[in-house]
Write a protein that binds this ligand. Sequence first.
Ligand code: AHM
Ligand code: MG
Length: 328
Amino acid sequence: MTDTASKQFDIDTDIITLTRFILQEQQNVKSATGELTILLNALQFAFKFIAHNIRRAELVNLIGISGTANSTGDVQKKLDVIGDEIFINAMRSSNRVKVLVSEEQEDLIVFPGGGTYAVCTDPIDGSSNIDAGVSVGTIFGVYKLQEGSTGAISDVLKPGRELVAAGYCMYGASAHLALTTGNGVNIFTLDVQIGEFILTHKDVKIPQTNKIYSLNEGYFLKFPGYVQEYLTDLKKDNYSLRYIGSMVADMHRTLLYGGIFLYPTLKLRLLYESNPMSFLMEQAGGLGVTVDGDRILDIIPKSIHEKSSIAVGSKGEVERFLKYVNKK
Ligand code: AHM
Ligand code: MG
């Protein structure tokens, strides 16, 4: 038998695209209806479209502020507004999403028409970094609507452990999508030439430990004493500090290299930051807890923009942090 082209020219002619991957996953689940597949397809379109706008931002005057503020009074960047609109349109037109919570929208959106899913998103997280060309990302979490629901706030005020899919798309040198549907974590890289996300990191597992910590240490004096003690001890152990200030980029590094990411004070949002990231990390073998040591995924949210503290990453590193929590 002659060599295949793949062997002859050392080029993979049988790549796994995200579309192929999610269709395969659907076929592996006997009870699957195909609804989540359509929703994931709409999500990947939103990521490609947002990535396209971020790539050309400087060239077509898309950097800078929009002159508006979001629900919490944060100044919005032009790309925050565009990313939000792209995301909303993609979810609405999929006809599979009934409820949408976005960081950029004060109230939850209930779409007319069909849909059996609720989606929570920060369409462009870390947008304060955009003008400097630093990586930003979209964070998302997907819930199934409650039985008989026609779309209500109770469809998203659920503990993160009930997520059916979650992840992020990081827009950097290239777009990277980390996805879990509750069956491990896979990372896809956008090939701009063929317009497809390609599976590049299969069944990713976070290293159990690594001496890297990631947080805004400028707020050290605001942290509880036991957190200060923990941080001081990490320094004695020669840990490296890495902090980009874009949660998606900091989580991406943590997922691949291991370590711990902390935001000990209240800023990050439970529904579309802490929950999807903790779900993803647990699926990769890591852990996510609050600064009080409670598992993030067990928190029952009371409001859609609720904040939580977070310590997330390698199991061994989070467990080390928990020893200090227990001493408090
Ligand atoms: P945003 O949703 O307004 O972009 O804020 C979230 C971002 C995260 O990406 C990042 O981890 C954190 O805020 C950085 O905050 P700080 O500047 O306080 O370190
Ligand atoms: Mg954010």
